[in-house]
Design a protein around this ligand. Structure first.
Ligand code: HEC
Length: 115
């Protein structure tokens, strides 16, 4: 019984850091205010090339149908670094890599509209 209590205590102590890690905000979720800015930026700045509805223009469509099969990492890299030799610019001066990853994951899921 005593052994059981001790191992229970040990596993609780071991589990605690995991609880705290999970309580932290998701690393891929910018703050609500920043998310609004990012949505506006994608709709306006990215939309100037990819179409106001992101269905394509000078740049290809960024809809889930068009890019949903891409791994998020590839999309993040294109957004963050751009695609050399094409008009697709890198956005590293405007975004953190984490924010680029957030945009990539939202594009794959269907990009939100401005509020
Ligand atoms: C100056 C025009 C321009 C702007 C502004 C622009 N893009 Fe692009 N983007 C392109 C072009 C052109 C391509 C296709 C490049 C190629 O030929 O491979 C592209 C490719 C992409 C791709 C890869 C899609 C695919 O199917 O190859 C993603 C993702 C993307 N852009 C996201 C964005 C996001 C997000 C923004 C805003 C933060 C943005 N783009 C702003 C022109 C632009």
């Amino acid at each position: 019984m005593r052994f059981f209590a001790r191992s229970l205590l040990t596993s609780l102590v071991l589990a605690l850091p995991a609880v705290f890690v999970h309580a932290e905000p998701n690393a891929h979720e910018p703050s609500a205010g920043r998310q609004q800015q990012l949505v506006r930026m994608v709709r306006q700045d990215c939309g100037s090339c990819h179409g106001m509805k992101l269905t394509g223009g000078l740049g290809p469509a960024l809809t889930p149908e068009a890019i949903g099969h891409w791994p998020e990492e590839n999309l993040t890299a294109v957004i963050y670094q751009g695609r050399p030799g094409t008009p697709m610019p890198g956005w590293r001066g405007m975004l953190t890599e984490n924010e680029a990853a957030w945009i990539a994951s939202r594009l794959r899921a269907g990009f939100p509209h401005e509020e």
